[in-house]
Design a protein around this ligand. Sequence first.
Ligand code: C2E
Ligand code: CA
Ligand code: CA
Ligand code: CA
Length: 279
Amino acid sequence: AKETGRNRMQFYREEMNARALERLSLEQALRRALEAQELTLFYQGQFDLATGRLLGAEALLRWQHPELGLVPPDRFIPIAEDTGLILSIGRWVLVEACRRAASWQRPGQAPVTVAVNISARQFHHGDLVAEVEHALAQSGLPAAQLELEVTESVLMGGIQPVIDTLDQLKAMGVRLALDDFGTGYSSLAYLKRFPLDVLKVDRSFIRALPQDQDDAAIVAAILGMAGHLGLATVAEGVEDEAQRAHLLAQGCQVAQGYLFARPLPAEEFEARLGEATLT
Ligand code: C2E
Ligand code: CA
Ligand code: CA
Ligand code: CA
């Protein structure tokens, strides 16, 4: 048993070394990724649940690493956060998403929104308001067509500075969404204190709908509360028809998920957008 224990320790140590090495090499590669133009944005449609109309898209980062292939954001964004690289990456995402979305607006047609994820570090850095202003000015995208997604963890910490930043963004006309609602250190007080426009119901509550009674109760409560507070609602991760029908019956307005569209390269998303606006 002692021998097995020692082998296991040895195994853990090698495993940890391998992971640290992997992280280090990812970190070095990430430092070059932006300049090497290996980062791109995919766009996942957001659809009106009642009419099926395409309303806009969430911009989602993709990293095409020359050797590793597509690295999922859950693997590189935490590294980008820890190293501070998220600041330059996040700036690029804002400008790129606004530039792209500006090209989607057509006179005489309903406006199309773009939602951009803002990480905690980027939010608290202090230049966010100026960066958003810059991205809007440079792209010509109307502020009302830009939505910023923050998670509950972003809102933690000094309440007043957070409110000040949100108020400034709001004053510019940008929409504010609370992402992954219900998963973080949720405090219902957030909903009252912060000037939010949209609640995004986390995928974990949607997955087992409509069968799971607990999830159904939670979703009904979130949608009811959002309605009373005047917040719009987006359901994340809608994958099948039964979920769609349930959410529509419960009064959810907007859905995002594989049932409607996967995250797509800009050109593919734009082809769908073209079809949608023809009708
Ligand atoms: P998120 O903001 O919650 O984004 C939604 C995630 O759910 C995306 O994963 C999307 O591809 C996935 N998804 C959408 N519909 C479905 C569905 O029907 N079923 C399933 N199983 N999954 C679905 P993705 O693209 O891998 O992004 C993961 C996370 O990485 C995002 O979660 C977000 O937290 C972060 N992220 C992505 N892009 C950015 C960015 O530009 N900046 C920052 N700070 N974070 C980003
Ligand atoms: Ca998001
Ligand atoms: Ca989310
Ligand atoms: Ca998530």
